[in-house]
Every structure is written in structure tokens, then in C-alpha cells.
Design a protein around this ligand. Sequence first.
Ligand code: X2X
Length: 333
Amino acid sequence: RMLKFGALAGTAVAAPAILTWPASAAQFSYKVANNLPQSHPMNVRLAEAIKIINEQSGGQLEFKAFPNNQLGADTDMLSQLRSGALEFFTLSGGILSTLIPAVSIYNTAFIFKDYSEVWPAMDGPLGGYLRGLIEKTGIHPMSKLWNNGFRQITSSTRPIATPQDIKGFKIRVAVSPLFISLFKALEAAPTAINFAEVYTALQTKVVEGQENALVLIDSAKFFEVQKYVSLTNHGWDAFFMLSNGRAWRALPPKLQELVAENLDKAALAMREDTMKLDQTLEIELKKKGMIFNRTEPAPFREVLRKNGFYAEWKGKYGADAWAVLEKQVGQLT
Ligand code: X2X
């Protein structure tokens, strides 16, 4: 690759075609894209995994990573994945639910106490049920979810300590019906914005705040444009590793195995990374000037119940999906 480039250097040919990256010699040349900063544990572990996959495929398969919305925002990348322009893509169930409504069910507010409830559900019946729904659309998901974490609210204007504080709060949410509904039920003023535009939206004060896990608040440098972190733990989120069905089926079984094994292994490693970081980042973010407060979940949950949030989503997700969920986390409505 570099040789080819070197050989051309110094010649008088200046046609733009020369400047394009030479086509891969691999039989399968696949892109894997996401919305997260390069330094996020997902991209660190993904880079390790694709190095192993590319090497062990013996040149047959070449993955190239496109982190940080390089190929467009989430909703663009989802279109690319469906058309086959993009072969692999990680996406939150919250946003994938614009295509497959039930897959945001695990984002339902305040359903998981901690990770000891999350992983058995998502590696077990609930996750299996959701992957089955995804498969039906022709998209092939890998079996392990990549952790996005428990979500916290950040703000440039005021800390959120009680449900009273969130009334009228201008908050950016993901492009996700569930998250819009959640913050409407809390009587906030949510706006759906792709992650690619969140930093700018916060900086220009189009919104007062946003909600994400500490790992992302830190790696996306939101501490530069946000003052307060309110530890609400109002929902847990993760990313499905999705592949375009045709691209997946084109791979011989041996390569499928190589890919699935290494991506799933990387997902498990990044889960550990993110859970560890969650323990230490409060201190780090305080050093960077952020002010933290804790909250009680009960009063927020009460507002949600009163405003019909759980009943509404039980109806939308359907009795089947809700039963799988309640079997895992106990009764919600
Ligand atoms: O957009 C977000 O907030 C993020 C990064 O958490 C998701 O992908 C849902």
C-alpha cells in the first residue's frame, strides 16, 4: 500500500485520482462506523479487534474503522447500513427503534438497579428477543452489546436535583421516541439531535443540557461546555454491533466466526473498561470543573408513573416484549 503510494510520489502526474486511497487487495473490504470519539473505550477495543481480524483473515478481509461520525450522523449511518453502503455499525437501541420500535425497551427509565441486573438480561432472554427482532429486518447483530452506561444529566444552567428542577429544562436527547417521551413525561423541553451535533448545540446554548454516561461526558469533552452533572441514573444504554445482512452472509463461515468471536470479545473488554471508568470519572470531571449532585430516583419515577409513561410504553412495546422485560426486572406498572 505505502509502496504503491511511494512509487507515485515525485512523478508529475497530478490527477486527483492519484490522491485517492488505493483499493484494498482484500476480497472483503468492510467499513465499521460509530458515533463515538476516537478515545472512547469502544474505539480502543474495536481497533484492537479489527487488527486481529485483519491479520488472522490472511488478507481475505480488511476492516477499516470510521469513528466519531466520520461517515455521517447516526441516522445517516443507519441508512447507509440498510443500503449496504456501510457494512458494520454500532447503534443504540434507542435510535434503532426508529426502525424496529421494540428495541429501545431496555432504555425504559429506572428499570435496572445496576449492572448485576443489566448483563444477565441483555446476554439472556431479553437481549435474545431483541436480536431476533433485528434479524427479521435483514440486519445481523453480533451477540454482545457494547456498554454505553447509565445516563446522567449535564447542564450549563442549573443542577437537576428534584423533578421540580427539570420542568421546562431545554435538554438534548437522542433521535429516539422513547427518550423524547421520557423527558416530556418529566415535563422538560426535549429536542432530538444526533450525537454528531451535540457539542455545538451545548456550546451555542441551543439547549441547556444533555444526558449521557460519565464515560462519554468525559471523552466527548462536554466538561468544556457544561457545568453541572446530576447523577440521575435514569436509564441504561448500550450499542448493538450491527452488520448489513448481505455483507454478513457474503462472508464464508470461517470469517464470520473470526469476526463474531473477536467483536464479541472486544465488547466484553470494553464493558469492563467502561464500568471501571464509571467509578473514577466523578473525581476526574470534578478536577475539570464540573459540579456533581446526587438524586433520589423515587420522586422522578413517581412523576413518570403519574404522567402515564410506563403505561404508554407498555402499550407501545406490546405485551410480549413487556412480559420478557418484567420477567427480568420485576413489575413496572
Ligand atoms: O446520542 C447519544 O446520546 C448516545 C451517544 O448516547 C447514543 O448513541 C444514544
